[in-house]
Design a protein around this ligand. Sequence first.
Ligand code: TRP
Length: 332
Amino acid sequence: MMTNKIVLTGDRPTGHLHLGHYVGSLRNRVKLQNEYPCFVMIADVQALSDNFDNPEKVRTNVLEVCKDYLAVGLDPEKCTIFVQSSIPELFELTVYYLNLVTVSRLERNPTVKAELQQKSFADSVPAGFLTYPVSQAADITAFKAQLVPVGEDQLPVIEVSNEIVRRFNRIYNTDVLVEAEAMVGKVGRLVGIDGKAKASKSLNNAIFMSDPSDVLKQKIYGMYTDPNHIKVSDPGKVEGNVVFAYLDAFYENKEELDDLKAQYQRGGLGDMALKSLLNDTLQNLLKPIRDKRNSITADDALEVLTEGSKQARKIATQTVEEVREAIGILKF
Ligand code: TRP
């Protein structure tokens, strides 16, 4: 008797959410909540794995991320929004799962490798960071999630989770755990406004959903385009041009966009005109989100998280019981 698939996803609360999160996964979640039971987790414990020396940052951003969620249209009536640290059952699952994955498998994970490089831990990699994919497997499996909307960079992490599920079920001869499928936004990865591979808070090249309109405008007008496109009449490059990457992600009229690209490549379309079009597009998208965000109080967010965490904990507790039984841990 198969009911609706369960959706689970999460974000590390290390800053406000930005447009990279929006195209990668938030946009999908807002749709999915109408069709599936949805769980959205603020992964404060995972955030500590590389911010253990700055718990203040993680703590304050729990509420900020919750406000971002509510502002983009996640509805607590339809999806359970909760905080990872309030579900200790997740950490019990993590310990069981740590036995089911090898150190070398974790070291080979391309996502973790890239993140480690970016954070320049050199040879003092925290074990907690190396093993975060295992704790993420606990997040996913505790809710028996089958659909996980995430950014493209998270695919290798979901793969580890599925490997753990298969091993667990095989070794303990059970079907308690369920494999999950990652769901990546159409646009995949959004480039940063500086043209670097990925929009991210730590690279300081992202547009935040909470950016005031003047900041948004400033970021758009400062975007990297084609350095050789000097006069309006010069032919310009679309490839690697950040303004076009953002128009691809947000401008709905694709036919018109194709015409603009052709015109830009031929020469005769200026960067200012393009940036103005993008500015109108993003101001229209973000204004209602920003207004809604400004109307949400800290108390509103706290209430949502308290209620959501209570609901989530019930489900995780049930799964831990099943997992203990599958392993054969004695009850006292
Ligand atoms: N690792 C994810 C990220 O950095 C956040 C996350 C934590 C997550 N737990 C999760 C995503 C469970 C999906 C499912 O974006």
